[in-house]
Design a protein around this ligand. Structure first.
Ligand code: ATP
Ligand code: MG
Length: 437
């Protein structure tokens, strides 16, 4: 089957799919465009800021790096990433491998509330079975290890992993059903430390630092562990339209400008398009600041633009953005000293000075930002006990301590003096989210 025409559907209520529009392969196979259908033009919503409800073929940006592929706006978040693509290559084995195949074979349970069908009149996604259950975790882990090693798998094995859907990201994972809820289960992938357990320990530590995190639990397997992460884009059977920070930042960037993929820019977007009621947008921006500081201090340098997401609240009314719970937060254990996401005036540098440098983009006075840093530092100071309580071995803690309590990061915590910024707490000045710093 050659997938030259695909159709996008909205599955907020999966029992009543709504037709969104037509998808086409464009830009010499490097991009996918979207043309909204009439019903969506009349009564839908803009999937992202760069996809207004107008009767044109929305095209992905013309300038893409040589090996880059991109679907337009929020459609890009409906496609799988490296791991999902690998599963499609090895399990579904489509004859052609373009963005269209990846969009289609990602199946029904993809990220957010969008779905891809071969038909514009009925939502008919790539068939998958019912989600695997917790009792299948060991078998899933074994099949996933085979896929990672590019070893052949049986038809039965293909079925179970196909039923596990394809979310984004690079590491091996599938979806499972635990007690009627969907969880992402992430397996270890030959790392020298117990990464799934460490992810659980870091996420629960982040919660103690005042960060809203996706709920996690450790799944014990023979010879390894896995971490299950509760999906934040599902709500009692309904699906929440969600976009990555990558999509939100690109959509907010004027055409021709280079998107500033980073915390300050995301904070400005949250303050501008977030939920103004009860200052939720201001609180989200403040929490984003906290997440940036936490990531710096816990050596999570892999904080790239797909590792932050936004929920689109009331999309048919006004489509306000809410910061999604944090996920994929764990030490990278590389000590590279630079983040993936821009932090401030010193670019990606993993330093608290850099974090402070553009605190106004987060709506914070220097004194307030410094107090946030002090609070997060206090929690990071307890990481070793917290990890040990979570069951992380002493050997793994020692390995992580080489970075988290190594010269560079420890000095960030011990040398930071919040009183340096205290005077600014009294001089309240209003800052605008529209002002560029
Ligand atoms: N709890 C969740 N609810 C909904 N979607 C999620 C959740 N966790 C992850 N995702 C989606 O799946 C993608 C991959 O997950 P995650 O980032 O945890 O995997 P990863 O393979 O470790 O990623 P990376 O490539 O950054 O190492 C995320 O970018 C996000 O789109
Ligand atoms: Mg990730």
């Amino acid at each position: 089957m050659r997938l030259d025409d695909l159709h996008l559907w909205y599955l907020g209520d999966p029992t009543a799919p709504r037709y969104v529009g037509a998808l086409k392969l464009v830009a010499a196979g490097k991009g996918v465009s979207l043309h909204y259908g009439k019903t969506w033009l009349d009564a839908g919503f803009a999937l992202s800021e760069d996809l207004p409800r107008i009767d044109v073929e929305h095209m992905p940006p013309g300038r893409l790096a040589a090996d880059a592929q991109r679907a337009v706006g929020a459609v890009d978040d409906a496609r799988p990433d490296r791991w999902g693509e690998k599963v499609i290559r090895l399990v579904d084995k489509p004859k052609r491998l373009s963005l269209m195949e990846y969009l289609y074979y990602a199946g029904d349970d993809r990220f957010g509330a969008l779905g891809v069908s071969t038909s514009s009149s009925t939502y008919s996604p790539r068939a998958g079975g019912p989600l695997p259950r917790l009792a299948d975790a060991q078998q899933l882990s074994d099949v996933v290890a085979k896929i990672e090693a590019a070893e052949p798998i049986s038809t039965m094995e293909a079925q179970i992993v196909r039923a596990g859907g394809s979310l984004g990201g690079a590491k091996p994972k599938t979806l499972i059903d635990i007690g009627g809820e969907q969880w992402v289960i992430k397996f270890s992938s030959g790392e020298p430390v117990d990464t799934p357990l460490i992810e659980h320990a870091t996420m629960t530590l982040a919660a103690r630092a005042g960060i809203t995190v996706a709920k996690t639990q450790v799944i014990r397997l023979t010879g390894s562990s896995a971490v299950a992460v509760l999906r934040f884009d599902r709500d009692q059977g309904r699906r929440i339209h969600s976009i990555s920070a990558a999509t939100a930042i690109r959509a907010a960037t004027a055409s021709g400008d280079e998107p500033q993929m980073g915390y300050p820019e995301l904070a400005r977007i949250l303050r501008r398009v977030g939920i103004a009621r009860d200052d939720i947008n201001q609180r989200d921006a403040r929490e984003l600041f906290r997440r940036m500081v936490f990531n710096i201090l816990v050596d999570n340098t892999d904080d790239h633009e797909k590792n932050h997401s936004l929920l689109v609240v009331s999309p048919f009314e006004n489509g306000r953005l809410k910061l999604a719970p944090a996920y994929d937060v764990l030490p990278t254990n590389s000590g590279q000293g630079v983040q993936e996401f821009l932090c401030g005036a010193h670019g990606r540098d993993s330093t608290l000075d850099n974090a402070m440098s553009q605190c106004d983009a987060f709506g914070l006075q220097p004194g307030e930002a410094a107090a946030e840093i002090a609070g997060v530092s206090d929690v990071i100071n307890t990481w070793q006990e917290h990890f040990a309580q979570a069951g992380v071995t002493q050997r793994d803690i020692e390995s992580l301590a080489e970075r988290i309590d190594g010269k560079e990061l420890l000095a960030q915590r011990t040398d930071f003096d919040p009183t340096r910024f205290q005077s600014t707490l009294t001089k309240k000045k209003r800052t605008s989210p529209f002002r560029r710093t």
